[in-house]
Structure formats: structure tokens, C-alpha cells
Design a protein around this ligand. Sequence first.
Ligand code: CAA
Ligand code: FAD
Length: 386
Amino acid sequence: MDFRFTEEQLMIQDVARRIAQEKIAPSAEHHDRTGDFPLENMKTLGENGLMGIEVPAEYGGAGMDPISYVLAMVEVAAADAAHSTIMSVNNSLFCNGILKFGTEEQKQTYVRAIAEGREIGAFALTEPQSGSDATSMRCKAVKQDDGSFVVNGKKSWITSGPVAKYIVLFAMTDPDQGARGITAFMVDTDREGFHRGKTEPKLGIRASATCEIEFTDYVVKPEEVLGKQGEGFKIAMTVLDAGRIGIASQAIGIARAAYEATLEYVKERQAFGQPIGAFQMTQAKIADMKCKLDAAMLLTLRAAWQKGEFDKGGARFSNEAAIAKLTASEAAMWITHQALQIHGGMGYSKEMPIERYFRDAKITEIYEGTSEIQRMVIARNETGLR
Ligand code: CAA
Ligand code: FAD
């Protein structure tokens, strides 16, 4: 086992860090306050290969490995979590699924546009009545004689829904078959029958635009089916395994930013005639923050390594991805909470980014499977029971 990163991995980390520090960090407070979608920054990320990190060059991406993806996501999330949410949906939920299950034509059309940062992609699984229990979806796609499908129904909480050009959609094609009755489709949002709802106001990641979407007699052409009919839930779960590595990386980025700000603050802020970092109680918090941060990073790198093996034909990495996401998201929530406490009143103030880190961290315990769902995945894998 080698704990050193390769030159290529360090190079992409550097590129991500430079863009994150020069372009994203300076406008993070603005985007958080206004909720403005950061389209220009997203284009810059795309032009530098960061919207399709694992996408081969022939489809417009950077052709790097899953570890590079983790390193780049951490840098962007440390500057602004909302940017990293948009980045992760494009990389892991959109491009990854089409690369694995799509036709050559689908890869050239959809993956290229997103990987190059020309368009924004989205992933639509959740519905108003079905989030964790994803197979109980009601959005329906009915097959026609010519092989096309007519879609009717709603999807909720769709990240980048307000701006996406293309969406990977999951709909029920055979309700009697349960999970095996779900099919994945490619949606072009400029076509008739597609509608967007209002952008949701949110606690954190405020510049990542999220909305409900609705389909009324939307027609999917036969060549727009992703994978085979009935294979949709397997596609969603496979893609989410990769997505959870992205959210773990996002959580680590937020936590690292809060930790680094805290390390500075405890040396500067004085109380009772000494830096607050000299108090034993603060020192214990710093030590625990550091341990949780490093544990989260190592588990996430392990999951990313395992994904690389899976891409080469190896075993599934569902368990490793769930362990990484659960550990990293709970670490981020704990670390940002401690960071806020250590900053005292300044932690509660909008004068500093600490309260933003705290608000942004919370979502990592909810989307791409809540912490309870990660525990369910891990325990099912460990015990074989359900
Ligand atoms: N890879 C491949 N196949 C998988 C799989 C995986 N990781 N997990 C399950 N499957 C397959 C099973 O093998 C099974 O197939 P067969 O019928 O052929 O045996 C089928 O899928 C059904 O599996 P389960 O019986 O385990 O399904 P379940 O109904 O018990 O649900 C679950 C399992 C883990 C709870 C799943 O529903 C889940 O992950 N729920 C959370 C949903 C979620 O994460 N949503 C995220 C939306 S996207 C998002 O949030 C984006 C964002 O924020 C930015
Ligand atoms: P529910 O499933 O109703 O869960 C409510 C509570 O019950 C949770 O605490 C949950 O853990 C618990 N619970 C449920 N089942 C169990 C169980 N079996 N055992 C124990 N506890 C359980 N979805 C998309 O498809 N695409 C997106 O791009 C997307 N982006 C999102 C962006 C944001 C900002 C948000 C908030 C959500 C997004 N989602 C997206 C949806 C997200 O994946 C769901 O919110 C999440 O999966 C939880 O589903 P739910 O909100 O319906 O909660």
C-alpha cells in the first residue's frame, strides 16, 4: 500500500485548488447570500476538466481516476459547498451513469456537453412521496408501438433542475415488477411536456438550485432509453454508489475549511491571559476534529480506490461508499459544530464563514441517501440480513 498520490493526481488537485481559491472562494459569500446560480464558475470548472474528471478524453473529460475526483471535490467544497454539489451531480450522477450504461451516441451527445462544461446535467430519482424508499416511485413511462415512451409524473428536489439542459430520469415502466419495473431515460428539458417548478429556498448550499420538475405527455424516443428496460433501479443504485464518494468528499472539504479556520482562530483569540487553543478543553476538540477529518479522508480514498477496481471489472463498492459517506458527513456536522462553538459569538456571525460551513454540512447527512439509509446499506452488507 502506497499513501502517496501520483503526479497526475497532485496536478488535478492543484488545478482544482487554484480555481477554488481564485474564482470560487471570493464569491462564496455572495452566492450564499443571494442564491445566484454560479454559471460562469461552472463553465470555468468545465473548461479545466473538472466537470468530467473520470470521463475519457474522447468524450471531452479529463480521463483521470476516482482518487483524482476525490481530491478535486475536496478543494472545491472547501471553497464553497454549493459549487461542489453542482460539480458532483455532473461528474458522478450524470456522466458516470451514461459512461457505464449508455450507447456510443449517448456518450457523444450527453457526456461531452456536460464534461466540457457547456451544459448542466441533473439526476431525477426522488418524488414527493418517495425519497429513501425510491422504488415506490409513481412517475410513469408507457411504451408505445413505435418503441418510444410517454412520461407523466413529478420528481422533487432535483439539483440543478432549474438550469439543466439534460436529465437522467427514472420512471416506472412496469409497476408489477417493483424495482425491476423501473427504467432510466435521457430527458432534453427544451422539449414539450417538461416543466420546472419554483426554486426551493434552503438552509445551506443555497447557490445550488433545486426544484420540482413535472412531465405531461413528455415523449422519450427509443434511442433515449438509458440501458435496458427494467434496468433503471440497478443503474440508479450503481450511480449512487459513486455519487456517495462525491458527497463524502464534499463533506471533507467543508469540514477541512472549518478545521483550518479554527486552527488559526485558537492561536489568535485570547481569554484569561492566554490563547484559547492552550485550554485543555479546546485542545481535546482540536484533536478530535483532526482524527475525524483524517478518518473520513482515508475511508473515502479507500472507497475511491475500490471504485477504480470496479470500473476495471472488480467487485461492487456499495459498502465502502456507504461507510465513507456516513463517516464523512457525520464528521462534517460534528466538526462544523465544534468550529462554531470554538469561535464563540464570531462563529454565529455572518462576518465569518463558519456559520455557512455549519449550514452547508447538514445536507451531506440527507441527500444521496440519509445517514439512516447508509447504516441500512452497511448493516445489510455486514449481516446479510434485512
Ligand atoms: N448496485 C447495484 N444494484 C443494486 C444496488 C447497488 N448498490 N443496491 C441494490 N441493488 C439492486 C438489488 O440487487 C435488487 O436487485 P434484484 O431485484 O435484481 O435482486 C434491487 O436493486 C432492489 O434492491 P433492494 O431490495 O435492496 O431495494 P430497497 O427497496 O430495499 O432499497 C435502498 C434499497 C438502499 C434503501 C435504496 O432505495 C436507496 O439507496 N435509497 C436512498 C435513495 C437515494 O439515495 N436517493 C438519492 C437521490 S439523488 C440525490 O440525492 C442527489 C443529490 O442530492 C445531489
Ligand atoms: P424520507 O425518505 O421521507 O425520510 C424521512 C426520514 O425517515 C429520514 O430521516 C430518513 O432517514 C428516515 N427513514 C426513511 N426510511 C427509513 C428506514 N427504512 N429506516 C430508518 N429511517 C428511515 N433527489 C434526486 O433524485 N435528485 C437530486 O438531484 C436531489 N437533490 C437534492 C438536493 C437537496 C438540497 C435535497 C434536500 C434533496 C435532494 N434530493 C435529490 C432528494 C434526497 O435524495 C432525499 O431528500 C433523500 O433521499 C431523503 O428522502 P426524503 O427527503 O423523501 O426523506
